[in-house]
Design a protein around this ligand. Structure first.
Ligand SMILES: [Zn+2]
Length: 109
């Protein structure tokens, strides 16, 4: 059953999730707006367009492995890559130090 990727509320279909996300974005809810900007688009979409984009994003067509690969490629090379990925294109001392601390923390835990 489709659910909001931010607050995990369940809906009967992706149209319901799209309406919910659109509503939350219009009320300027920070978490929902941030998720939409990072995963869908920085510009406001009509709920019908958003529904199509949500289906594309979450439907793995029975091939979860390919879905994960597509998502990773989008993250690195898509129109809105993660800020850390951008920073690592031209790493400086602070970025590399942050990476080492984060990685060490990850390995310990
Ligand atoms: Zn939500």
């Amino acid at each position: 059953m489709p659910q909001c990727p931010v607050c995990r509320v369940k809906f009967g279909d992706w149209g319901g999730v799209a309406e919910h996300l659109s509503y939350m974005a219009r009320t300027s809810d920070g978490a929902h707006v941030m998720w939409l900007n990072r995963n869908i688009s920085n510009s406001e979409l009509r709920p019908e367009e958003l529904e199509v984009r949500l289906r594309e994003l979450f439907n793995h067509g029975g091939d979860l492995g390919m879905w994960i690969r597509r998502r990773v490629i989008d993250r690195f090379y898509g129109e809105n890559p993660h800020p850390f990925i951008l920073a690592m294109q031209r790493p400086n001392r602070a970025i590399l130090l942050g990476y080492v601390i984060e990685h060490q923390h990850f390995l310990r835990n």
